[in-house]
Design a protein around this ligand. Structure first.
Ligand SMILES: *Cc1c(COP(=O)(O)O)cnc(C)c1O
Length: 465
């Protein structure tokens, strides 16, 4: 080992000496002794390493303490924070998917700061069921006989398969063996759930007889998976759900459907292409249906399972339910969001996800015209800020090929200089980071999801390009 213990490094002060120095008093007053001690240790460590490099400049206490102050500042800022989602993808998984209504936020605040009847039956005064708070709405909204709520839809699929298919076989069409972002693969979930996957048909075509021929005494269920984030186009064939249900029932097997997004309403009523609902799927003969809480439903992250009473009772009793169950904050938010659906006429005004998905292009264009001058002024002569038509996406795998006409700002370099990646980074460095996307030589900010317009405009003065 090389001896790097140079004189420069020996000259570094001790933590105790620094804690006693007048220059550190302000830091101590602001951050407290334990936090400052931790940061001084870390900074000294880094300084020691720096001094071990050849040609390292000497220790400078003023600069060293400035670095410590910056570390204290940075280290205490929240890491998870609000951003402006101007990506054009409304239900953006990386940006937290659905924005939730004020009513849900208020209800969650109360549930966080006060005791709640989470598992307490107020009528009988005895132990109650955690899922009962959302079950009645889910039954009403889907026609399912019983409902179970878990952490997310991946957990819902896992719990259903593990309960109904353990050590047996589940038939799935080859065209539906999907991978969703973040490495959620149906075949992997199946094997972790202890289920043997039997692939049926081919990637582009699967027929009823393929399923019929694959049924053996080891078969536990037939499953259909919504092909969320892609479409199989051209020479294709899939078996309608009603026929798969009939086949399954002829063999006394349950028919399971993973819907993914699972909208609770007819989206066509709102000018969005139709996405199959849990109600339609159950009406077509599905026995158990799974879907997400934070995709088209517009609620918190959750996985919802609805279906036939006997199968659902087994799913609810699976010991793994305990590890996958919802906490009181999510249940409260879900309850608040589901109750909005009881009044569909008001839904568009009250459910942010639906409001954003249905914003008219002209309304967004008017907003673009309002904010364009402020953006142009903040960016200066180096950049051209134009109002441009763009296309938004629903996101989260829903309706991947349909896009909605929208409007936004397209920012391009005015001259030769101007690095779009640096501009994108500067927008991300704002107090409320602005996230757009770079396309065809422009940084595009799709304004479909721009709420808090005043804040957006007023923080532009902090932009450092
Ligand atoms: C999104 C999706 C999932 C995963 O749902 P999460 O709520 O993200 O866990 C599972 N299956 C399908 C078909 C999906 O679209």
């Amino acid at each position: 080992m090389v001896n790097t213990d140079t004189a420069a490094r020996r000259a570094l002060p001790s933590v105790d000496r620094l804690l006693g120095s007048p220059a550190v008093a302000a830091l101590l007053a602001a951050w407290g002794r334990s936090r400052v001690t931790t940061i001084l240790r870390l900074a000294l460590e880094a300084e020691r390493e720096r001094l071990a490099q050849p040609d390292a400049g000497a220790y400078d206490e003023t600069r060293f303490l400035q670095r410590c102050a910056a570390m204290l500042e940075r280290g205490s800022a929240p890491s998870l924070k609000p951003v402006f989602n101007l990506t054009g993808t409304v239900l953006h998984t990386n940006l937290g998917r659905a924005v939730m209504p004020e009513s849900a936020a208020k209800a969650v605040y109360a549930a966080m700061t006060r005791p709640v009847n989470l598992e307490f039956d107020l009528d009988g005064g005895a132990r109650g069921e955690r899922d009962s708070h959302v079950e009645r709405w889910l039954r009403e909204l889907t026609g399912g006989e019983k409902a179970v709520a878990v952490n997310n839809n991946a957990a819902a699929v896992y719990l259903v398969l593990n309960t109904l298919g353990l050590k047996r076989e589940v038939l799935v069409s080859r065209g539906e063996l999907i991978e969703i972002g973040g490495a959620f693969r149906i075949p992997d979930i199946m094997s972790r759930a202890g289920v043997k996957l039997v692939e049926v048909g081919t990637t582009n075509r699967t027929h009823l007889k393929d399923f019929a021929e694959a049924i053996t005494p080891r078969t536990a269920a037939i499953m259909k998976v919504h092909t969320s984030n892609y479409v199989v186009q051209g020479f294709t064939a899939t078996v309608p759900e009603s026929e798969l249900a009939k086949l399954a029932h002829e063999h006394n097997l349950p028919f399971l459907v993973d819907l993914g997004s699972g909208s609770l309403i007819n989206l066509e009523d709102y000018g969005i292409p139709h996405e199959r609902t849990p109600r339609e799927t159950l009406a077509d003969g599905a026995d158990v249906v799974t879907f997400s809480g934070d995709k088209l439903l517009g609620g918190p992250q959750a996985g919802l399972i609805v279906g036939k009473k006997d199968l659902m009772a087994r799913i609810a009793k699976n010991p793994m339910k305990r590890s996958l169950r919802l906490d009181k904050m999510t249940l409260t938010a879900l309850d608040a969001v589901l109750r909005l659906y009881l009044h569909p006429e008001k839904l568009r005004g009250e459910l942010p996800a639906l409001r954003l998905l249905t914003r008219e292009r002209d309304e967004i264009a008017a907003q673009a015209a309002r904010v364009q001058p402020a953006m142009a002024a903040a960016l200066g002569e180096q950049w051209t800020v134009q109002i441009a038509d763009c296309k938004s996406q629903i996101g989260s795998g829903a309706l991947p090929v349909d896009s909605m006409p929208s409007c936004g700002l397209a920012i391009t370099p005015a001259g030769k200089k101007g690095n779009l990646n640096k501009l994108a980074a500067a927008l991300r460095a704002l107090p409320v980071p602005v996230i757009g996307h770079i396309r065809d030589g422009a940084l595009v900010l799709d304004l479909r999801c721009l709420d808090h317009e005043d804040e957006f405009v007023s923080q532009l003065k902090n932009l450092k390009t």
